[in-house]
Design a protein around this ligand. Structure first.
Ligand SMILES: O=P(O)(O)OC[C@H]1O[C@H](OP(=O)(O)O)[C@H](O)[C@@H]1O
Ligand SMILES: O=c1cc[nH]c(=O)[nH]1
Length: 508
């Protein structure tokens, strides 16, 4: 055990973390990423970082979260001793070894995730292990229930509670901005929580944040939904299924979304808000998370089964995902396209039809449209302006400007075009490359960054015509994105020369 003097570090790191001088850490016998127990009037376990110079020997740097818990002053000292790894590191090791977990082990693991007892390496190991070998149906059910039970739940007095979620994976999937107001405008309650981007360049929470704040407590979500019929908020800001966002944070840089995590992440968010009737969007096709209809049907079966286990009525829509939805990818560009449809009914068919189809399913499930009439009612709700009026109410209740129009939304000031190298038809369109380019341009964090698509699969293009415009808020990011796009074109035009090779030494 050591007595160390406290040095506050006023940075939030989202975990209980401390920094020790390497000399002290070695003497104490801890390695980077290990835990130490900090003893004061209470005991707290924190993960250790090392430094040679930021913290002097004899001192310990306490990040914001630890300071908050201990309420320590600059001059005070604490007792520090090595702590055992939490039990769930052994549970993760079991998953890595391909062994099955029981219910208690899953609950222990999720508890440690929520309490920030695991470091990023351990979380990445867990996610990677489940990416390589999926959890069983029982394990996935326990994971989902543990995610729900470790957070807050919303209970509405009325029924039915509707919800919608997409598994993601198709660029430009801004449909929630249309579906939620269509459903709410028809008198149904839809407390929609979304994630930020996971594998994409803009999740629904990233998009909605342009129009209004998205961070609310469970109680606020309940009250807002009861007042205006719906909300579009970020699940990660609430204490609803709090483990979810902690895992998504690790999935994002790895660009992975393991099957069991996807199921648990989505269904925990739905279960925690008390959703009873849910439509799942499963984008299917090359360059999505689901390569073909057969795999899509299997996922649909898994979602419906998990819904049964949780007492939720789930219908799935396998949707075309081999090309982006609409023609924009990246938060601000997507919001413009969605608002334009709501305001004027003008916009890409893929966006209008997909939104109407899924909203229509919900309207039928909720009993406000007769069987087979949901799609038409959804289109009608868009055309008569009721969906747009409802979105304005949602924006207002969430604290945004209800008078916003698509013309007010700012996109990145730096732009560059990618032109067709030859005349012909667009034969291939690579979703993942579009997302990669939009991310290089700064999306989703730079809200104005993204890609506008001028030519999609099957469309005719003339040599020199723009096929994409890239938008960025920062000049260097635009340069990175355009360089990457030109090196490996995200589209293939019929007859296009892919590469000239004259000298074998040029071949990598
Ligand atoms: O980044 P990728 O993996 O493409 O997708 C993640 C997106 O998909 C879901 O969309 P919604 O909330 O149903 O609209 C999530 O909430 C998130 O916004
Ligand atoms: O919310 C979501 C959507 C897709 N995949 C997830 O893991 N969570």
């Amino acid at each position: 055990m050591m007595q160390l003097k406290v040095q506050p570090i006023d940075i939030k790191v989202g975990k209980y973390k401390v920094v020790m001088n390497t000399i002290d850490a070695k003497e104490l016998g801890v390695n980077e990423g290990d835990r130490v127990r900090i003893k004061d009037h209470r005991v707290l376990t924190a993960i250790v970082d090392f430094t040679e110079d930021m913290i002097a020997p004899g001192m310990i740097g306490l990040y914001h979260e630890v300071q908050e818990q201990l309420k320590k002053e600059w001059t005070e000292t604490v007792e520090v001793e090595p702590a055992d790894k939490p039990k769930s590191t052994r549970i993760i090791r079991k998953v890595m070894d391909g062994k099955r977990l029981d219910r208690d082990e899953i609950y222990e693991l999720v508890k440690d995730i929520v309490e920030e007892n695991l470091n990023d390496i351990e979380l990445a190991a867990f996610l990677t292990a489940t990416y390589i070998k999926d959890l069983s149906e029982d394990e996935t059910e326990w994971l989902t229930k543990a995610m729900i039970d470790t957070g807050e739940r919303i209970e509405f007095a009325t029924t039915p509670i509707m919800d919608k979620h997409s598994i993601g994976g198709v660029p430009g999937n801004k449909i929630s901005l249309l579906i939620v107001p269509i459903v709410a405008a028809n008198g149904l309650l839809i407390p929609k929580t979304s994630s930020r981007a996971i594998t994409g360049a803009g999740g629904t929470a990233d998009l909605m944040e342009i129009l209004a704040p998205v961070e609310f407590t469970a109680q606020q979500i309940k009250e807002m939904t009861e007042k205006v019929g719906g909300v579009i908020v970020w699940g990660g800001a609430t204490n609803i299924a709090p483990a979810d966002d902690k895992l998504i944070r690790i999935e994002y840089p790895l660009s992975i979304d393991p099957h069991c995590q996807l199921l648990a992440s989505i269904m925990a968010k739905k279960g925690a808000v008390g959703a009873q009737k849910v439509v799942m969007d499963i984008p299917t096709g090359a360059g999505t998370k689901i390569p073909d209809v057969k795999t899509g049907r299997k996922l649909a079966r898994d979602l419906i089964n998990l819904g049964d286990r949780l007492g939720m009525d789930v219908d799935c829509a396998l949707t075309y995902g081999a090309s982006p939805v609409g023609r924009t990818v990246g938060p601000a560009l997507e919001v413009i396209e969605a608002l334009q449809v709501l305001e004027t009914m003008e916009g890409p068919n893929s966006l209008i039809e997909k939104s109407a189809a899924l909203a229509g399913m919900l309207l039928e499930m909720g009993g406000v449209a007769a069987k087979g009439q949901g799609h038409d009612l959804a289109i009608e709700t868009l055309k008569n302006g009721k969906a747009f009026a409802k979105l304005k109410e949602i924006i207002e209740i969430q604290g945004g400007d209800p008078n916003v129009t698509y013309r007010d939304i700012k996109v990145g000031q730096y732009t560059a075009e990618l032109k067709a190298p030859t005349n012909g038809y667009v034969l291939e369109f690579h979703n993942k490359r579009i997302v990669q380019i939009a991310r290089l341009a700064g999306a989703p964090n730079d809200k104005g960054a993204g890609v506008r698509i001028h030519k999609k699969r099957g469309e005719e293009v003339k040599a020199g015509q723009p096929v994409l415009t890239i938008y960025a808020e920062k000049e260097d990011k635009l340069a990175d994105a355009i360089k990457n796009a030109r090196e490996d074109l995200p589209i293939v035009v019929e007859g296009m020369l892919l590469e000239k090779v004259a000298d074998i030494t040029e071949l990598k």
